[in-house]
Every structure is written in structure tokens, then in C-alpha cells.
Design a protein around this ligand. Structure first.
Ligand SMILES: [Zn+2]
Length: 164
């Protein structure tokens, strides 16, 4: 009996840990790699956090919301803002959203953003203005790889700056 309970508990922990990594409403995942004159950011979030729904757009209003979301991520400087003095510009953003036929149930946005900086020595932080733009976003779990530093940080509205 005890054995069976232990196995059940183990399965629950494993299951929720995986679900938490992959898709949890209110939470987004991000990796940031700072190297040379570049900062590469991978950002993944449930669509729920960004537009309030995850089904395929059903009407004109929802289509417009998805379109507006894409436009925001194609100008990433206003969502994930590098230190101004570093003079960073983003390459064209690689943006993935679910197609109409895959979006039954949960759906996510995935963005790959690469900044190239003219004064990389001045690059000390990335400010997640995402929290101001998307009220449904509560926390971002970040894996940071910067020169001489690797860490996992959790950012929030109260603590929106990733620094190193
Ligand atoms: Zn979902």
C-alpha cells in the first residue's frame, strides 16, 4: 500500500513538473544568452497570458488581437528592452504561433529574438516591459547565460529587470 502511494506521488510530481515547464497560465519561459555583441532571447508563453484566449480566432475581433500581438513581437525593443547605452537592434524576429487547425486546447507563442549591440560592454540588463504590455502575464522564468554567469531567475511585475 505504501509502495503504491509512493509511486502515485512520484507520478504526480513528475507530471506537474513537466506541465509547469511546458505550459502554465500566467507564467512564461525565457532563455537569454549574452555573448560577444549579441543577446539572444527565446521566449515562450501560453497565448492566454498575451491575448486572453488560446483557441483559433473565431471572429474579426480575435483575428485583430492575434495580428496586433504579432506586430508587438516584431518590434521587440518595446517588450524586452536592452540597456539603451548598448545601442542594440533586433534582427527580424522568428515568431511561431499555432496554425488554425492545431489550436484546439492549449496554444503558445514562441519567439526568437536576437539583438546586435554596438556597445556590448554597456549591456547590463534587459527590462521586461512585457509585464506592462500584457496584464495576464504574472511571472517569467528565465535561464540566463551571461559572461561568467549562469543562473535561473524568476521575474515579475515587481521585479521586471534581468540584469547580470
Ligand atoms: Zn493554455
Amino acid at each position: 500500500m505504501l509502495k503504491r502511494y509512493a509511486l502515485f506521488a512520484l507520478l504526480c510530481v513528475t507530471g506537474s513538473a513537466i506541465a509547469g515547464e511546458v505550459h502554465q497560465h500566467g507564467v512564461a519561459q525565457m532563455t537569454a544568452a549574452i555573448e560577444g555583441n549579441t543577446a539572444t532571447i527565446e521566449f515562450t508563453s501560453p497565448l492566454e497570458n498575451l491575448i486572453g484566449f488560446e483557441h483559433a480566432p473565431r471572429n474579426d475581433k480575435e483575428h485583430k488581437m492575434v495580428q496586433a500581438l504579432k506586430e508587438k513581437f516584431h518590434k521587440p525593443e518595446s517588450l524586452l528592452t536592452p540597456t539603451a547605452a548598448a545601442d542594440c537592434r533586433a534582427d527580424p524576429v522568428d515568431l511561431e504561433l499555432p496554425g488554425d487547425h492545431e489550436s484546439d486546447g492549449h496554444a503558445e507563442l514562441h519567439a526568437t529574438i536576437m539583438y546586435r549591440c554596438k556597445s556590448p560592454a554597456a549591456l547590463k540588463e534587459i527590462n521586461l516591459r512585457l509585464f506592462d504590455v500584457f496584464p495576464g502575464l504574472g511571472r517569467v522564468k528565465v535561464q540566463l547565460a551571461a559572461p561568467g554567469r549562469q543562473s535561473a531567475v524568476e521575474l515579475s511585475r515587481k521585479r521586471p529587470s534581468l540584469s547580470w
